[in-house]
Design a protein around this ligand. Structure first.
Ligand SMILES: [Zn+2]
Length: 93
């Protein structure tokens, strides 16, 4: 299963001005701790920013979860079909 398919950009929004552009130091995203809003200049930590945007992020996660489940079911059916391919008594629809 390709994981990249489920990668989404979750938009983070500045809780002060609603801006969507943030400046941060170059480097591994995992290690970025402080963002600076490009519109109002508010500095906000990654944790705080995620907390403020949690509702938004949760919505995205739910959506991704459903897609994964759909694909998983498809894969599972395929595997079943393969397994019982040569068994004429069992048909997987
Ligand atoms: Zn801002």
């Amino acid at each position: 299963m390709e994981k990249d398919k489920y990668h989404r950009n979750v938009e983070l929004i500045c809780p002060t001005c609603g801006g969507k552009l943030f400046e941060f130091k170059e480097g591994d995203k995992e290690f970025i701790e402080l963002f600076k809003c490009a519109s109002c200049g508010r500095k906000i930590s990654k944790d705080e920013l995620i907390r403020e945007n949690e509702e938004n992020i949760n919505e995205n996660l739910t959506e991704i979860g459903q897609e994964v489940m759909k694909d998983f079911k498809k894969e599972f059916k395929k595997t079943l079909k393969e397994t019982f391919k040569n068994d004429k008594n069992i048909r997987v629809e």
